[in-house]
Write a protein of this length. Structure first.
Length: 344
């Protein structure tokens, strides 16, 4: 049954509308039905009913909180986007004024020619950025189609790619959830959280007393009582214990939810004994990016590209554009002295 099963919404809404006490009366009626018509409270082990209610309450409470966080994050992103647009317009205006003051000695014909060159260069950079995003998203690319401006930059790029390939050699490619499908369990992640699915091949329905799940700030243990644990080791990084949880699905699967403390990094593995994934091939927030409009998605992808560049000590997309435009301008005007000029 899906978390968002809506088959009974109409019936439940009709019941709620007939109750003067609202949600409190609806909940009371539901438990009254379980008490009078089922053995829910007395048919299981002592405390089993309360434990089931608590688990489902925490589970759906977490889903509600997550939905609320996503809603707030979307609103914050929209506000940031508006602020960034305003800042970008102000910055472009300032750059335009600076550019006009630098080339005021040029003739109208030279200025027009320079502007055409800058426009052409900007279009090339936009195409290059789009291609880099495609390569980053797919994890592969044809290097023969990438053209560099100089032999030196081409050589540097080849060397850095060689070093990167050598360093990441043997690492697993991330699964569709940016995690890994391991022999005994599967895990996925976002920048904020990690989810594990641990199946158990047993001939009976699992209960809480049958499993061992210990979630600590830096250590995780999951397994069956009386058997070697499936997971037992120090995690890649620290998590928020109070916001993490676990539950049993379908009597056969233990799912574990972990909230990261550092929400600006991708985990390469869950515990030290696991094989590593290549985090450079992670496809960030697949489902969420697809929900964004084109302009916002481009902005988010640009931010993620800049973050990867900074982590490798390389220039961001804006810094690359500035460097290329400056080099072009200096090459076209060797008579101008830039030795003491400062550009930001």
């Amino acid at each position: 049954m899906g978390e968002d099963d809506e088959r009974f919404d109409g019936m439940l809404l009709a019941m709620a509308q007939q109750m003067d006490g609202g949600i409190h009366e609806l909940v009371n009626t539901f438990f009254s039905f379980l008490r009078r018509k089922t053995d829910f409270f007395t048919g299981g082990d002592p405390g089993a009913a309360e434990k089931l209610i608590t688990e489902r309450f925490k589970h759906h409470s977490r889903l509600a909180e997550q939905a609320q966080k996503e809603k707030r994050a979307k609103q914050d992103a929209e506000l940031r986007e508006k602020a960034e647009r305003a800042a970008k317009l102000a910055e472009e205006k300032k750059k335009l004024e600076q550019t006009e003051s630098r080339i005021k000695e040029l003739t109208d014909e030279e200025a027009e020619k320079l502007q055409q060159e800058l426009d052409k260069q900007r279009k090339k950079e936009e195409k290059k950025e789009e291609k880099k995003r495609d390569v980053s998203a797919n994890g592969t690319g044809d290097s023969s189609n990438v053209k560099m401006d100089t032999t030196d930059s081409k050589q540097d790029n080849t060397e850095s790619e060689g070093e990167e390939d050598e360093k990441d050699k043997g690492k697993l490619k991330p699964n569709s959830g940016n995690g890994a499908d391991l022999p005994n369990y599967r895990w996925t992640q976002t920048l904020a959280e990690v989810d594990l699915i641990v199946p158990f091949q047993v001939g009976f329905r699992l209960k809480g007393k049958d499993v061992v799940v210990e979630i600590q700030r830096r250590h995780l243990k999951v397994g069956l009582k009386g058997h070697p644990p499936v997971i037992d080791g120090d995690m890649y990084n620290e998590i928020k214990v109070e916001e993490s949880s676990w539950l049993i699905d379908d009597g056969k699967i233990v799912t574990v939810h972990l909230e990261k403390i550092n929400k600006m990094e991708w985990w390469s593995r869950i515990v030290a004994t696991d094989p590593e994934i290549n985090t450079k091939k992670v496809n960030p927030e697949n489902s969420k990016l697809s929900d964004l409009d084109g302009e916002t998605r481009s902005m988010v992808e640009k931010m993620m590209y800049d973050q990867r560049q900074k982590s490798m000590g390389l220039p961001t997309s804006d810094e690359q554009k500035k460097q290329d435009i400056l080099k072009k301008f200096m090459a076209q005007h060797p008579e101008m002295d830039f030795s003491k000029a400062k550009f930001s």
